[in-house]
Design a protein around this ligand. Structure first.
Ligand SMILES: C[S@@+](CC[C@H](N)C(=O)[O-])C[C@H]1O[C@@H](n2cnc3c(N)ncnc32)[C@H](O)[C@@H]1O
Length: 446
């Protein structure tokens, strides 16, 4: 039975009318209606470039922005505002606010995953910790106390026994350090971030970008200590650089709060909103980080993880129950979306085998969630302010979904103008590999 479903799915992909197709052709009608063109401006917007960059390297986050992209936006538009105030409603691990602080701009971010918000906060607000104090606490950490691993996870499958014991020794040492000053509290948080950042490298897993086992991976018993040492030394080195090179930025106000950007009410106004929302049918930002979230105590059960995930802008492994509930609600629609959703429904029925039969509703919920965010952010923009979204499109059940253009149209419905849409890079569809997708930078203006 299972095999026949899989075979049918493979057959559907082989027979797809979209094979060899491209988002370029399938976007023509939408672009004509919007009266805009997509211009080419190739740029590196992915986090991979950050792994060696000051502060950003403290926590490798595959879904993050490249620091240089954020910097290029500041260079391009920063001068048009006097001391621009920056917002990122999907702040992740804080690339935008960190770059804003380096540039001396005030910033604010919203992020729903408590682990990522914690990392962003540590990257933003540890700049005045004295590196020598960080290193002293690190060298004095106890190694004779074993923390208890998260009981609801299969840690014995994630790590070899010796690696697991060494991780428990490091975490036990951090937990046994009881801060007495504000600086020591910051140091403890830095150590927690350093610990979280080594978990996947110490495990039998890898993120590509989804978390999965990697059979060929071998990890040295001592890896946790080696990796942790390297990370803490990098932190001390970077803080040194921040204090000598960016001393003027130390007091610049930068905050990332743990909240839901579909409902968040902004109190301030912002000149530049730079963000990358979750991509439709993209990543699960909770399950992919559940190991780090659990070890740092942000979740103590799968139920808690699910509760956070249910509040996120929807991804395609959302629970069926949540989608059923959504079905009863009034949701955002427009003529493009109505047609796209009807085509997805028709194609899924014709295929007789599709990963998620409720995909049309998932697509609806994605745009409903995004509409709420765009509405709130548009209101929080200053007149003349810009809303810059980096976003990718999708091919779902042989139906092209021009996410960037739909979000741009949504922006116009909330009083923004489309200033430009730039192609940053081409991508390939996960299902029909020879169908060309894109990643664009959409700039809307109030
Ligand atoms: C593409 S990532 C952004 C990465 C970020 N630009 C960076 O450089 O770290 C999207 C982020 O949106 C967050 N997110 C998803 N739904 C959210 C919601 N409703 N409110 C706030 N954040 C949300 C996810 O946890 C994820 O970190």
């Amino acid at each position: 039975m299972i095999n026949s479903v899989i075979d049918r799915r493979k057959e559907n992909v082989l027979r797809s009318p979209k094979r060899g197709g491209s988002c370029r052709d399938d976007s023509i009608q939408y672009l004509q209606e919007l009266g805009v063109q997509i211009t080419e401006k190739r740029q590196a917007i992915q986090f991979t470039n950050n792994v060696n960059e000051c502060v950003h390297r403290w926590a490798p986050y595959v879904q993050g922005f490249s620091a240089s992209f954020v910097q290029s936006v500041f260079k391009r538009y920063g001068q048009e505002y006097s001391a621009p105030i920056i917002l990122d409603p999907f702040a992740g691990c804080g690339t935008v606010p960190v770059q804003a602080k380096i540039a001396g701009y005030k910033s604010f971010g919203v992020e729903l995953n408590p682990l990522l918000q914690y990392i962003a906060d540590v990257k933003l607000n540890s700049w005045s910790v004295r590196p020598s104090h960080l290193l002293k606490v690190y060298h004095d950490l106890r190694t004779d106390v074993l923390a208890i691993e998260p009981r609801f996870l299969k840690s014995e499958r994630h790590f070899t026994p010796k690696v697991l014991t060494n991780l428990k020794r490091i975490k036990g040492g951090i937990d046994s350090f009881h801060p007495k000053t504000e600086e020591q509290t910051r140091i403890k948080k830095l150590l927690n971030v350093a610990f979280a950042s080594i978990l996947i490298d110490s495990s039998k897993l890898k993120r590509t970008p989804c978390l999965g086992y990697w059979k060929a991976k071998t990890v040295d018993d001592n890896a946790p200590f080696v990796l942790f040492d390297k990370r803490v030394l990098e932190m001390a080195e970077d803080i040194n650089i921040l204090q000598s090179k960016y001393n003027d930025s130390l007091s610049v106000r930068s905050e990332v709060v743990c909240a839901n950007s579909t409902t968040y009410e902004y109190r301030d106004k912002y000149d530049l909103v730079i963000t990358s929302p979750p991509y439709m049918n993209g990543l699960d930002y909770v399950m992919n980080y559940k190991i780090e979230m659990a070890w740092l105590g942000f979740i103590t059960s799968h139920r808690e993880a699910k509760a956070i995930k249910d509040d996120m802008v929807v991804c395609d492994n959302v629970s069926k129950g949540l989608i059923k509930e959504f079905c009863k609600l009034h949701y955002y629609n427009n003529t493009w979306l109505d047609e796209i959703i009807a085509t997805i429904s028709r194609n899924i029925r014709a295929r007789q085998a599709y990963r998620r039969e409720d995909m049309p509703l998932i697509v609806s919920k994605y745009f409903d969630d995004m509409n709420k965010v765009i509405e709130k952010v548009s209101k929080a923009l200053t007149t003349g302010g810009r809303f810059i979204l980096v976003v990718g499109d999708s091919l779902i059940a042989d139906t092209y979904v021009p996410t960037d253009l739909i979000l741009a149209k949504m922006g116009t419905e909330h009083g923004l103008d489309i200033e430009n849409i730039e192609l940053a890079r081409n991508r390939r569809s996960g299902q029909v590999r020879d169908y060309l997708l894109r990643e664009t930078v959409v700039t809307l203006r109030k």
